[in-house]
Ligand binder design. Structure first.
Ligand SMILES: C[S@@+](CC[C@H](N)C(=O)[O-])C[C@H]1O[C@@H](n2cnc3c(N)ncnc32)[C@H](O)[C@@H]1O
Length: 520
């Protein structure tokens, strides 16, 4: 169980999505560090985006530092002033953090993906749990007593598999390999200036070359290694796309791992995103990766725009089938190159079981479920066999098409999926479905729009299960639903019954949460 003591170190302003000092640590009004100034700091905890939160000695002034971990004493240089706090970059560690472990990945110190690989997993869990707790207290305005006495806050559910858990990784081709100062450059041949890997933290135009990623499956790593072995060969005539000049061919490499429904064995989709369609140029790459037996699909998304997205305007199948499959809670899901699917399949099983548990279905097939932000319908479809009808809403048309296809694939005919923008609902929204017994809401990071909050407060469904990937906006929305929106004179009408953090993404700052709300 999380300690509910308020550490006063949380991201205290979900609305601004930025950290601030709280009433316990009023910063000195006169003190503000200068840009470029060096400070000796001790990291106190992890906060927003997994950044280390520190306070300047004697002043209490809050500074945030990427990759500083709790207990670490270090020299930081002020890079940016932001509102009532400053950002620093780490110059030198004086003494290491508590709970230090060796990071197994050679890129862990530089790559933008994993930020806490050298913090023990138990410490990562504690930090995430504490963040959720702090946010619900500071932003959600729930009291410690409320959370404690009613046993609302549940211990975070760990992820049993802490590596190789991602079923999708998106790598970028870059025309300029990024070599962090005093790091890989000394021990690694940079293979010229082209790179294939992950973006340097905070840079859209710098790519860290990566030969292996410990978060993705072994077969996906074999594909990555095979491509790395050959794509720079001048004889192939391939070039990396340059985001400044907009010249070049290869943009992204997206690797997705699913499972063959019959054998249960892994199957892989390799999706090359290119700036034009040149199948002849792709041929040697395709031939090379076909030596890996798990590859059942090679796709080519052609994106001619100057933007950096991996979704093409046109899609071609270069080999095999245009989609792969995955099994989730006994259902089969078809995954195409651009369809959304939970990226940690094993932990999604755990998440969905907990959602079902929170929904408290009667088991007589009588309930109506409203599945808001339904994506490809996975949550609603896993509940459909036990309820009367599921109504799902989602803004992306392709996701709705996939949801309908997935319903058909699994013989589910009591689910209706509708495309629509939940930020733009009007008074008529509630006329489109019967009053639900259970609302599942799973918004993306910005949380729910005020229009939707107002709608839910008027709808008064007996139970809301709020699934969140951003505890800051979740805490804000819980406050609205339970305590009301004072500035709009709207009363809240829900009680927070359960708050369940789930770790879906070890070594990263991401936190998933399931909240059960019951009508007062
Ligand atoms: C966190 S995902 C949840 C997907 C799904 N519930 C699942 O578990 O796979 C959030 C979904 O909300 C959708 N979305 C984002 N903004 C939206 C909006 N304004 N209206 C409707 N759907 C939206 C996204 O496209 C995405 O599919």
């Amino acid at each position: 169980m999380a300690s509910l003591s308020c550490s006063s170190l949380a991201d205290d302003s979900a609305r601004a999505q930025q950290p601030s000092a709280t009433e316990h640590s009023e910063p000195s009004k006169s003190y503000f560090p200068k840009r470029g100034q060096s400070l000796e700091l001790v990291c106190e905890s992890l906060a927003f985006k997994g950044k280390g939160l520190c306070k300047v000695a004697d002043t209490g002034f809050v500074v945030m530092c990427d990759r500083a971990l709790p207990g670490e004493r270090f020299i930081g240089r002020v890079t940016r002033k932001k509102g009532n706090y400053a950002e620093v970059s780490k110059v030198k560690t004086i003494s290491p953090h508590w709970d230090f472990v060796d990071a197994p990945c050679e890129y862990a110190s530089y790559c933008g993906g994993c930020k806490t690989q050298n913090l023990s997993y138990e410490a990562q869990l504690r930090a995430k749990e504490q963040q959720v707790c702090d946010l619900v207290i500071h932003v959600g305005k729930f009291s410690t007593e409320e959370l404690e006495s009613l046993n609302v806050m549940k211990p975070i559910v760990p992820c049993d598999i802490q590596f190789h858990y991602r079923n999708k990784m998106e790598f970028s081709f870059g025309s300029q390999e990024w070599l962090p100062r005093g790091s890989l450059s000394e021990k690694q041949d940079s293979n010229g200036s082209y790179a294939l890997g992950l973006h340097a933290p905070g840079f859209f135009d710098k790519v860290l070359n990566v030969n292996k990623c410990l978060l993705q499956s072994e077969p996906a790593n074999m594909v990555l290694a095979a491509i790395q072995e050959c794509w720079r060969d001048p004889q192939l005539g391939l070039s990396a796309y340059d985001v400044h000049s907009h010249a070049g061919f290869l943009k992204h490499l997206v690797l997705r791992t699913g499972r063959d429904v019959k054998t249960g064995l892994p199957e892989l989709m390799v999706n090359f995103v290119t700036s034009s369609y040149k199948p002849g140029l792709m041929k040697p790459l395709v031939e090379k990766i076909l030596s890996i037996p798990e590859v059942v699909s090679v796709m080519n998304n052609v994106n001619t725009s100057i933007g950096n997205t991996s979704v093409g305007e046109e899609e071609y199948t270069l080999y095999g089938k245009p989609s792969i499959t995955e099994i989730l809670r006994g259902l089969t899901f078809q995954i195409s190159a651009n369809s959304f699917f939970q990226t940690n399949t094993k932990q999604a099983e755990v998440l969905y079981r907990l959602i079902e548990d929170c929904a408290g279905l009667r088991g007589d097939g009588s309930e109506i479920v409203l599945d808001l932000f339904c994506g490809t319908g996975t949550i609603g479809l896993t509940l459909a066999r036990k309820v009367r009808h599921v109504y799902g809403y989602e803004v992306v048309a392709q996701a709705i098409a996939d949801a309908c296809l997935n319903a058909k694939l699994n013989g589910i005919n009591n689910a209706t999926f509708v495309q629509g923008d939940l930020n733009k609902i009007d008074e008529s929204f509630g006329n489109n479905f019967p009053k639900p017994d259970i609302v599942i809401t799973d918004p993306n990071r910005p949380g729910m729009h005020m229009k939707l909050i107002k709608f839910l407060l008027k709808l008064k469904a007996p139970c809301i299960v709020y699934v969140s990937c951003n505890p800051a906006t979740c805490a804000r929305d819980l406050d609205y639903l339970c305590h009301g929106v004072r500035e709009k004179n709207i009363k809240g009408c829900y009680t927070l019954k359960r708050l369940q953090p789930v770790d879906m993404f070890p070594h990263t700052p991401h936190i998933e949460c399931i909240c059960l709300l019951e009508l007062c």
